[in-house]
Ligand binder design. Structure first.
Ligand code: ACO
Length: 330
């Protein structure tokens, strides 16, 4: 599914990372692993985790307020809030409703999107459509996660990867800057079991047994996900560039979902893209699922890496399976 237009613009970005750091050395004391193994296999040195009592909407609200400030808008200007998350405050109501109340966006509609690590670009695509249709003027698109709450810190194969954080953007009608040129979305439901949080939904409701079996934590088959991620990311990036009538070498900066540095490296190798065109911060934050792309976009902007007119390609892959990609002319 793809869209091609020149209307919605990103007029503000913001991010929030909780201050508490969980380093590889901390993990060495929790499970049978080493700093050297984690860096070699994933590129991660540390990740951020929330304190007890902090929820996804707390991180999302802080990132949203920063994005609104950047766009020079007030919360009352917002008419739609879309949050992508796999770690909502509750199964319902939507985390976006908590955000709406916390930031005081009294006039905004609010709902969540679930497309796992690919979800932020799904949410971006929905926001873009609202702007293009003229049914919204100021849309907050947020990616926010508290993955530490669903991570099994006794399982060394999963607990090394995940971190908490939030990123947000403001979408408005295009003003010739930071225009969303293309978004492309895809999914393959035949692999729902390779990456999942098994219990707590209608299929396997929470019970004493699911807790004993630790089914309330993220489970994945790492090697399979690794291979599927590279194959699908490579393909969706090729399609997005072709749909936009561009060549791979036209893209100035690639911001991929920060899942594993080796996944990013292998994808770029297949595409023939040099690694100096990659922005990454996985070493500092680990895999923050939906939040990783807006956090990276905000950092790249604040570090002055994004220059006016640059073509930026965003791409992500996650549970579902889902994948998504977007090209923005900065
Ligand atoms: N420390 C030390 N050894 C470990 C650790 C650890 N933390 N974890 C696994 N090992 C061991 C394994 O037990 C295995 O030992 P064995 O050979 O004796 O059986 C060995 O290391 C190799 O294990 P692999 O699973 O093959 O290691 P791999 O290089 O594939 O790395 C990883 C594992 C990092 C999970 C990788 O597969 C990966 O990144 N997968 C995809 C990421 C993912 O699933 N992300 C979920 C979100 S979706 C997304 O963001 C794309």
């Amino acid at each position: 599914m793809s869209q091609n237009n020149h209307r919605a613009s990103i007029t503000g970005t913001g991010a929030f990372l909780p201050p508490k750091r969980l380093t590889n050395f901390d993990l060495e004391r929790m499970v049978d692993t080493t700093d050297a193994w984690i860096i070699k296999r994933t590129g991660i040195k540390e990740r951020r985790v929330v304190e007890n009592g902090v929820a996804t909407s707390d991180l999302a609200s802080k990132a949203a307020l920063r994005a609104l400030e950047d766009a020079k808008l007030s919360p009352e200007d917002v008419d739609l809030i879309i949050t992508s998350t796999v770690t909502p405050d509750n199964l319902f109501p939507a985390t976006s409703c908590y955000v709406q109340q916390k930031i005081g966006a009294k006039k905004a509609g609010a709902f969540d999107v679930l497309a796992a690590c690919a979800g932020f670009i799904y949410a971006l695509s929905i926001g873009q459509n609202f702007i293009n249709a003229g049914t919204a003027s100021n849309v907050l698109v947020i990616g926010a996660e508290c993955l530490s709450k669903v991570t099994d810190y006794t399982d060394r194969s999963t607990c090394i990867l995940f971190g908490d954080g939030a990123g947000a953007i403001v979408l408005q009608k295009g003003n010739g800057h930071c225009e969303v040129l293309t978004t492309l979305l895809g999914a393959d439901g035949s692999h729902t079991d390779v990456l999942t949080l098994p219990a707590g939904g209608s299929k396997i409701p929470t019970s004493t047994k699911t807790i004993e079996d630790r089914l309330h934590y993220i489970k994945f088959r790492g090697r399979e996900v690794f291979k599927l991620a590279i194959t699908n990311l490579t393909e969706v990036i090729r399609q997005t560039v072709a749909t936009s009538n561009l060549k791979m070498e036209d893209i100035d900066l690639f911001i991929l979902h920060q899942s594993n540095y080796r996944i990013i490296e292998a994808t770029m190798e297949r595409l023939g893209v040099p690694m100096d065109k990659i922005f990454y911060n996985i070493d500092k934050y680990g895999n923050t699922s939906s939040a990783s792309i807006p956090i990276a976009l905000d950092e790249a902007k604040r570090e002055g890496i994004l220059k006016p007119g640059n073509l930026v390609l965003l791409a992500a892959f996650g549970g579902g399976l889902t994948w998504s990609s977007s090209i923005i002319r900065w």
